[in-house]
Design a protein around this ligand. Structure first.
Ligand SMILES: Nc1ncnc2c1ncn2[C@@H]1O[C@H](COP(=O)(O)OP(=O)(O)O)[C@@H](O)[C@H]1O
Ligand code: SF4
Ligand SMILES: [Mg+2]
Length: 364
């Protein structure tokens, strides 16, 4: 059994300390809570991960598991305006040696768009309907660069060309509604790349697009990452995409990480029953349509009254395997399995291996 540190995280896990960060992006014990009339919504409740430049981390998990709240926290977007009054954030977010949670909002604003940028699912939410695509890229570029409008416009054309928009010199003067969904997504990527950000967060960037366009956009993100050596956080519910694009995977359940590790390990030897469920729900091209999706049975947990013990226990088919009802009383901490592969589950390594190899893997 892995030894536990004072904070309850497994030893070796990055925990909230003032130690200098070991990675380009280092998130430590991140909590994002929203007080509401019904109680405190613990959207993110003690998340740790780190990411190097040139690496892609995929965050997966059902709707409502805290993926978007995590990305907005990194971007410093929860603290803006009126929203800022209704959020409680703690922990540390280190980006390139700077800690963002304790930083002044103005400092975080300066980093946003320059050092870090975000691509959303819905480009229209990030674009102004009344300004041309070009004007919006020019604006994004000029906030951080002291250049003439003409130079910025040339940069906009260059970026539109880079993301694969045909006739960029002409399309730069189009309005968002004049673009197709896929083209708008490309334009938003161009806008987010205006300042060569070193961290790019893509939150379900292709969900609204058809399959062919999805593949093109993902290829684009991958190419751009190689070109700029940036760190990418890709949020997606599509495990096929994860297998293809990610270096690291983080599986979220109810605002916490239940499994994290190198992509090959998480796919070949997943350690957590929830991950088994997600893998079982992956579409298979060799099966017919009706057999394709078997979602994990049951409802996602309440984030106000989080189930006791392991938050997954009400849905877990193996909740009674660990002895003494421990899954209902004790929260499993993340433990290191091997080679940077972590999971939070009370199953013994032997039970886990047996269930995975004998019961789950043969059915996938
Ligand atoms: N401003 C807010 N106030 C209260 N609850 C919120 C707020 N923002 C998000 N939540 C809740 O946090 C949970 C996680 O949301 P989110 O991160 O968007 O999930 P997803 O994993 O689907 O991206 C959801 O239950 C959502 O309702
Ligand atoms: S701790 Fe228990 S309930 Fe939770 S995932 Fe593991 S076996 Fe299932
Ligand atoms: Mg989301």
């Amino acid at each position: 059994m892995t030894e536990l540190s004072k904070t309850g995280a497994a030893v070796g896990e990055p925990v909230a300390t003032t130690e200098p960060p070991r990675a380009f992006l280092d998130v430590r014990d991140l909590k994002v809570h929203f007080p509401t009339d019904d109680g405190i919504v613990k959207s993110v409740d003690g998340l740790n991960f780190s990411l190097q430049k040139g690496e892609t981390l995929s965050i997966v998990g059902e709707s409502g598991s805290g993926k978007s709240v995590t990305s907005l926290a990194i971007m410093g977007l929860h603290r803006l305006g009126a929203r800022g009054k209704n959020v409680r954030m703690s922990g540390e977010i280190w980006l390139d040696g700077k800690e963002l949670i304790s930083a002044a909002p103005d400092d975080v604003r300066r980093l946003r768009g320059r050092d870090m940028a975000m691509i959303f699912q819905d480009p229209l939410s990030a674009m102004h309907p009344y300004y041309t695509i070009g004007a919006q890229i020019v604006e994004a570029y000029r906030i951080h660069n002291d250049v003439t409008k003409k130079a910025a416009k040339a940069r906009a054309v260059e970026l539109l060309d880079r993301v694969g928009i045909p006739e960029p010199a002409k399309r730069v003067d189009s309005y968002p509604h004049e673009f197709s969904g896929g083209m708008r997504q490309r334009a938003m990527i161009a806008m987010s790349l205006a300042n060569n950000p070193q961290l790019l967060i893509a939150d379900e960037p292709t969900t609204a697009l058809d399959v062919t366009v999805q593949a093109q956009i993902l290829d684009l993100i991958r190419d751009l990452q190689k070109e700029f050596e940036s760190a990418v956080v890709l949020i997606t519910h599509d495990l096929g995409v994860v297998a293809e694009i990610a270096d690291q995977v983080l599986v979220m359940y109810g605002g916490r990480c239940v499994e994290r590790g190198p992509v090959e390990q998480v796919f070949e030897a997943p350690q957590h029953p929830y991950t088994w469920g997600l893998l079982g729900s992956m579409p298979r091209i060799d099966r017919d349509q009706t057999e394709r999706l078997v979602p994990v049975k049951g409802q996602p947990p309440s984030l106000i009254n989080v189930p006791s013990g392991c938050a997954f226990h009400p849905r877990c088919p193996y909740a009674d395997v660990p002895k003494g009802g421990v899954t209902r009383t004790e929260r499993p901490e993340l433990r290191l399995a091997e080679g940077g592969h972590w999971s939070a589950c009370h199953l013994s390594p032997e039970d886990r291996t047996r269930i995975w190899t004998e019961e789950i893997a043969p059915k996938l």
